[in-house]
Design a protein around this ligand. Sequence first.
Ligand code: ZN
Length: 159
Amino acid sequence: MTTYRIGHGYDIHKLCMGRKLVLGGVEIAFEKGLDGHSDADVICHAVMDSLLGAAALGDIGGHFPNNDITYKNADSLKLLTRVKELIGESRYSIGNIDITVIAEAPMIAPHIPQMISNLSRALGISANDISVKATTNETLGFIGRGEGIAAFCVALLRK
Ligand code: ZN
């Protein structure tokens, strides 16, 4: 009998000058980047938390502490692959993931195919099982003022 488990992940990072903008493993040309200990890739971070949540394996802060020098400027796609291994060790496989990115700027849509390809490779799942959607915050609040970028992810695991 197949068991299904659902998980939810959320992440947000602040936009600041002098940082690269990396989303879903894609470096996007923009005047600002996301601030954080790792590469601050909110998409990868939300995906990791959704997978860990579905498997009840804690969260990324527990697995990759932000006071650990190992993860300074870490490539989040590599951390994502590590999470996939943890999921596999618990004998789960990934059904699908569905991501929503909220950014006032830059335009996310042109980069979505490359993001899906990166996530597909890191997680070892088909591109058909990955959805990346982007929206703005309609100029409302801190995201609307361009102070940060957030991402949500829902993941389904099966055993
Ligand atoms: Zn993060």
